[in-house]
Design a protein around this ligand. Structure first.
Ligand code: PA5
Length: 452
């Protein structure tokens, strides 16, 4: 049995019961599309069976390479963007002590590159790495994505200068397509150890492949526990036919019911800053999968109680189009009690002796009730604690829910055609071969906008 639970007491009265009933039925039909591989985008369903299908030899290879990286490097530069980066960062940051500089002893600190094109960041990174021992994991399924490809160019030349061409294969590890793409070509040319991204697994569903597993393992996190959590959830989802009991089907049904009731924005809420990048991963998963054909819930995220002091006003009192999905970690650290303060200058002695995690739990309950009464429904996702296994459960739970939810919405959850538009304009403006005609059009459009 997985350890995650869903609670819905802060949803009462936001929609009629029969509307949820009808969506629960629809979730079964959507599930059937996933399982029979007969829905839109069915050529990208390799992730459905991933937890159970990862081979022992693949895990061994990841462990062996991460051992090599640990023994040679103070830093591991992970180059990738979107689905080729967010999953690893989500799991790493959720498992690492924030005050050990996001680093586990005996493991390199993970640094990210190629997840944007900011020149300050990348120049500072290159200067920083000059006198450090580092390895590189360059991750790109297509091998042609501009942001990581640009970062890789400059970091490759630094590695070559620092360690010599003959040592490239000791320092650079590629995760890419098995046969095609620029990165595959480079990996072959330099004899790099490479990991394969399967054809039928899209970027945002790839954290349980070497895309996520190598950086996570190099960061010192137990990937076998992470995978076993995902397997646990896969087994549960597969064997639970009742959609109300099936966590992913239930969540997909709830969020679609809320969407149909006018709640167009979903906020993923955490009360633990380590989950900030998990939220980023979740935003991509749902945003890129569902935001199509002028429909889809807009996925956003907030970190509480921090953001209660910035976004709290809007959530409580602004446009009533929001619902929240709250990840509650049930057993946070119990070892920090509030001290008695002589004279009680800040008025907090009434909670002296109480544990900080108890106080956080009261902040959660108070917020849930306030938002509920203010017209914001809340779905609660309870997880007993934050560790690789529970995160594995959470990852598969959300992935499966996303597939089901996208089919319930009637879109293809596994493509991302809209991402090409900015790329094409950028290629045209940069003068890429084949975009000559488009360059004139794009420049003319920009100029005409500039005049008005
Ligand atoms: O989920 C996706 O498909 C995207 O976010 C891609 O992962 C992202 O664009 C990076 O692509 P690639 O791995 O080809 O560099």
């Amino acid at each position: 049995m997985p350890s995650i639970k869903i609670q819905t007491k802060f949803l009462n009265s936001f929609f009629p019961a029969n509307q949820l009933e009808s969506n629960l039925k629809k979730s079964l039909a959507a599930r059937e599309l996933l399982d029979s591989k007969s829905g839109k985008g069915s050529e990208f369903l390799g992730w459905v069976n991933l937890p159970k299908s990862i081979s022992k030899s693949e895990i061994e290879k990841v462990l062996q390479v991460s051992k090599q990286i640990k023994s040679s490097s103070e830093y591991l530069v992970v180059i990738g963007i979107g689905g080729s980066y967010l999953g690893a960062r989500a799991i790493i940051e959720a498992n690492i002590n924030s005050f050990s500089n996001f680093q586990r002893s005996g493991s390199p600190k993970i640094i990210y590159a190629g997840h944007h094109i900011d020149s300050d960041y990348h120049k500072e990174l290159l200067d920083f790495l000059e006198d450090k021992d580092f390895s590189v994991n360059v991750i790109s399924k297509s091998g042609t994505t501009t942001e990581p490809a640009l970062a890789f160019r400059s970091i490759l030349s630094l590695v070559e200068r620092k360690y010599g061409k003959s040592k490239l294969n000791e320092r650079i590890f590629a995760t890419t397509d098995k046969a095609k793409g620029a990165l595959k070509k480079l990996a072959d040319e330099f004899g790099l150890t490479s990991f394969v991204i399967l054809d039928d697994v899209g970027g945002r569903f790839s954290v349980l492949t070497p895309v996520g597993l190598l950086p996570i393992s190099a960061a010192g996190i137990n990937i076998e526990e992470f995978i076993s959590g995902a397997v646990e959830m896969q087994n549960f989802i597969e064997s639970t036919k009742n959609p109300e009991k099936n966590l992913s089907l239930y969540y997909a049904s709830l969020r679609n019911t809320l969407y149909q009731s006018g709640k167009k924005i979903e906020l993923l809420v955490n009360y633990n800053p380590k989950l900030q990048y998990f939220t980023e991963w979740w935003k991509q998963l749902f945003g890129e999968s569902e935001g199509k054909e002028k429909k889809g819930i807009f996925p956003a995220g907030v970190n509480f109680t921090t953001d209660l002091h910035s976004m709290g006003q809007y959530i409580q009192d602004g446009l009533r189009e929001i619902f929240e999905t709250v990840i509650r970690v049930e057993s946070a650290n119990q070892n920090l009690d509030v001290k008695e303060f002589p004279g009680d200058p800040d008025g907090l002695n009434y909670i002296s002796g109480k544990n900080l995690s108890y106080i956080n739990s009261k902040a959660i309950e108070g917020t849930l009730l306030a938002h509920y009464e203010g017209g914001v429904p809340n779905i609660e996702i309870l997880i007993p604690k934050l560790n690789p296994a529970t995160l594995g459960e959470l990852v598969y739970f959300f992935e499966y829910a996303c597939g089901v939810s996208g089919y319930m919405l009637g879109v293809n959850p596994f493509d991302q055609p809209g991402v090409e538009d900015y790329k094409n304009n950028m290629f045209a403006l940069l003068g890429k071969k084949g975009f000559e005609e488009m360059k004139k059009t794009v420049e003319a459009k920009l100029n005409s906008l500039g005049k008005s």
